[in-house]
Design a protein around this ligand. Structure first.
Ligand code: TXA
Ligand code: MG
Length: 315
């Protein structure tokens, strides 16, 4: 069924959006950069629906949207550089990559298993009103199918005809029209991961020299980040049995293991459980995590992409 389109300025439409998001559904909404395809960032299953709807071949980490700076720094650890750029550019078209704060409720699938989280306080006031009403961070990549251009009107979003999208909150044409600048301020030197309308020069004026991603460090495609989560234990794929010293990560009951990505064989459920279960099984003394085969169909491709990375030879 096609998603309904309602004005983001309408309190009743926002109330419906809050209900849908709290129930784990998908709502697209206007920001000043591009339209986002939103889900509750703390709900792994809801976030898995984003990847399924977009047809993403792998799990890239997603931005969590929050209504204000205080909420942002409750989720991610503020460094001096983070505070300086937040003061200057938030609310606005800037996303900060921060180390997870203690007890941060953002789902592991949202951050693709990373110890960092990407946070943005959008500049569009109606978007912030919505976020304040939801009271949870909202994960939202651009509301386009994988490989297509980002949407800057509600009609663009409607044309994507996403599976599972219930509501589009129309805020007119986006004023920026380009995805936010992504700045990693989790380390010593800030690093520009994605250029956007907040420029490198503007950032350097505030915090001094900024590293550029992509110069031999493979960070241009964050799905490929070397720091991407890989368990300490080895990972053995396409296992048909669990050997001595191993623990099993099952799919659809093939191994008879207690820990199963999805006993019913549902790829959305499996995606939602992937990072949390890999972490849970990654205990000292485990020689390997034996993973049952996961079919490639639908989200299976993204699940297998991540499993292959987790299993790849380590340096
Ligand atoms: O303008 C925007 O940023 C739009 C609107 C909807 O807010 N959102 C958007 O989200 O473009 P998304 O998920 O498509 O882009 C997220 C970017 C990607 O380049 C991703 O790899 C990077 O941020 N990213 C997210 N979390 C990260 C992390 N923990 N470390 C490094 N990069 C991260
Ligand atoms: Mg995009």
């Amino acid at each position: 069924m096609a998603a309904s389109v309602c004005p983001i300025t309408d309190p009743d439409a926002r109330a419906e959006a809050v209900q849908i998001l709290r129930a784990g559904g998908l709502v697209a909404f206007a920001t000043e950069t591009v339209y986002g395809l939103g889900a509750d960032a703390t709900n792994e299953t809801a976030v898995a629906k984003i990847f399924a709807a977009k047809g993403r071949p792998r799990f890239n980490p997603l931005i969590s949207h929050v209504p204000d700076v205080a909420t942002a720094f409750a989720l991610g650890q503020a460094t001096p550089a983070a505070r300086a750029v937040a003061k200057a550019f938030w609310p606005g078209p800037l996303t900060l990559v921060l180390r997870r704060a203690e007890g941060c409720p953002i789902a592991w699938l949202t951050s693709a298993g990373l110890e960092t989280v990407a946070i943005r306080v959008p500049g569009k006031p109606d978007a912030r009103t919505l976020l304040a009403e939801i009271g949870h961070p909202v994960a939202a990549p651009s509301a386009n199918r994988s490989g297509r251009v980002s949407p800057t009107t509600a009609a663009h979003v409607a044309a994507e005809d996403f599976d599972g999208l219930e509501l589009i909150l129309d805020g007119g044409a986006c004023t920026v029209g380009l995805e936010s600048t992504v700045l990693d301020v989790s380390g010593e030197t800030p690093r520009l991961l994605r250029p956007g309308s907040v420029t490198r020069e503007q950032i350097e004026d505030l915090v001094g020299p900024v590293d550029l991603a992509g110069q031999g460090d493979a960070i241009t495609a964050p799905g490929m980040l070397a720091s991407h989560y890989a368990p300490a234990a080895a990972v053995r794929l396409n296992a048909t049995e669990v050997r001595d010293g191993e623990v099993g990560l099952d799919f659809a009951g093939q191994l008879g293991s207690e820990t199963d990505l999805s006993p019913s064989g549902d790829p959305v459920e499996a995606a939602a459980n992937l990072f949390a279960l890999l972490r849970a099984l990654d205990r000292p003394g485990v020689s390997a995590i034996a993973v049952a085969p996961v079919p490639e169909a639908g989200l299976g491709a993204a699940i297998n992409d991540r499993l292959r990375r987790a299993a790849a030879p380590r340096d």
